[in-house]
Design a protein around this ligand. Structure first.
Ligand SMILES: Cc1ncc(COP(=O)(O)O)c(C=O)c1O
Length: 448
């Protein structure tokens, strides 16, 4: 048997893979899996149609079960910053798998990954590795509550921090009222300490702190919100939250699960620190890129705050697969690649080229359009000016977005299947891929 190396792995040609259609697979999936999917957005409910069942992926491409190739701008919702199956990452994963899948005991690689994360993010001195962004976000809140001895938290409408009970909440009827659950199965009492405010609304955050600032454990934010497509928190908004947290003794939590190591090597907090010298959040949450496509996430803070965690402190957190040796190998190999000089400049330039091409195609077609990007993350809207909060994102032209999505999919370009999701470019996307995407967009705009 040949040694298990990337080049010896079987790559099935599409005709071998084309055993079932997407429709057949979706019908079959619905028999054994609720809604046929293991995460709701995959079901294409927002855009209609049949989800593509992916058979394999390589570089910037994915192939579905029917052998159709797509240029992939989802990248597993962010992690695949190097494209699929990067040779160095694949080798690292295979080598780690040979050494063992999981030990339930500490490994040197966990320490290396923790050090690699800390090296790029000056606001954190220690991190705890976990398995999903949901777990990381949920524990960050527990840590903030444990460290401050307070119960109340503030989040913003349109920001997603995972599906922990206390975070599945929408705004109450007034500023002073706490939220309502957005999911069945979440008792109202569980969200009674969660206050939901409008993103980028300075007056609301001001009033909330004035009313109950001394009871607030933390303010949690997606600094560039990728769960309402792509909406930046304005610099004055971030600055004021920082001031209010300091004034009232609350902690500022940056959820960088999506933006971490994706918009810049120093993550979104480094983008804000450029505008606000010395700026830093108190707790940061990471996922996606730090695992390179494997189940891995983390949260980090100062040594003082992190000392509250078990086994040192009273805030409990644990995980059978936390710091998994194969996942940490994948994350480390990914971070090694993206810390090479010029990586982010190159990625950002690619994303800029894509954005500019889409902007020009939309303009030529006379389509109302706006777009934004940072590093390897982008968003676009069928409206003339960039939305600043969830309500304005959801007021954009959904029917037009859905037609555009399907027109692009038919032309082999895989965008996120919902108007409130961000897009991701990888280092593997070539100039030709981007040119093909823009050409597909020109045709798609003409067909809207
Ligand atoms: C900003 C943000 N936080 C948290 C999460 C939850 O991460 P996971 O899906 O790994 O649980 C996500 C997932 O997309 C996210 O985008």
């Amino acid at each position: 048997m040949p040694p298990l190396k990337a080049e010896n792995l079987p790559i099935f040609p599409p005709e071998v893979l084309a055993v079932s259609t997407n429709v057949q697979l979706f019908e079959r999936a619905q028999q054994s899996i609720p809604g046929g999917v293991n995460s709701p957005v995959r079901a294409f409910r927002a855009v209609g149609g049949t989800p593509r069942f992916i058979a394999r992926a390589e570089g910037p491409y994915m192939w579905d079960a029917e052998g159709q190739r797509y240029i992939d701008y989802i990248g597993s919702w962010g992690p695949m910053i190097l494209g699929h199956g990067h040779p160095a990452v694949l080798e690292a994963v295979l080598a780690a798998a040979r050494e063992g899948f999981s030990f339930g005991a500490p490994t040197e690689r966990e320490v290396e990954l923790a050090e690699a994360i800390i090296a790029q993010v000056p606001s954190i001195e220690q991190v705890r590795l976990v398995s999903s962004g949901t777990e990381a976000g949920m524990t960050a809140i527990r840590l903030a509550r444990g460290a401050t001895g307070r119960s109340k938290i503030i989040k913003f409408e349109g920001c997603y921090h995972g599906h922990a009970d206390a975070l599945l909440v929408k705004a109450g009827s007034g500023l002073a009222t706490f939220g309502h659950p957005t999911s069945a199965g979440v008792p109202p009492e569980v969200v009674q300490h969660t206050l939901v405010l409008e993103y980028n609304n300075l007056e609301q955050i001001e009033a909330a702190f004035q009313a109950q600032g001394h009871e607030i454990a933390c303010v949690m934010i997606e600094p560039i919100a990728g769960n309402m497509n792509f909406v930046r928190a304005s610099v004055p908004f971030v600055k004021r939250i920082r001031e209010l947290c300091d004034q009232y003794g609350a902690l500022f939590v940056f959820d960088e699960v999506m933006t971490g190591f994706r918009v810049a090597l120093g993550s979104a907090q480094s983008v804000y620190a450029r505008a606000l010298p010395g700026f830093a959040p108190d707790i940061s949450v990471f996922g996606k890129v730090i695992g390179g496509g494997m189940p891995l996430a983390a949260f980090g803070s100062s040594r003082k705050i992190m000392q509250n965690l078990a086994p040192l402190g009273g805030v409990y957190q644990a995980g059978t697969l936390s710091g998994n040796p194969v996942a940490t190998a994948c994350g480390l190999a990914t971070l090694r690649e993206i810390t090479k000089p010029g990586f982010f400049e190159g990625l950002s330039a690619k994303t800029q080229t894509l954005r500019q091409g889409l902007d020009e195609a939309a303009k030529a077609a006379g389509v109302a359009w706006s777009s934004d990007h940072e590093g390897g993350m982008f968003g676009f809207f069928f409206t003339d000016s960039l939305p600043q909060n969830y309500a304005t994102v959801m007021a954009t032209d959904k029917e037009r977005f859905n037609r555009f999505f399907h027109a692009m999919l038919d032309r082999g370009v895989y965008l996120a299947p919902a108007l409130y999701e961000a897009g991701f470019v990888s280092a593997a996307h070539s100039e030709a891929d981007i040119a093909a995407t823009v050409a597909a967009a020109r045709e798609s705009f003409a067909s809207l």
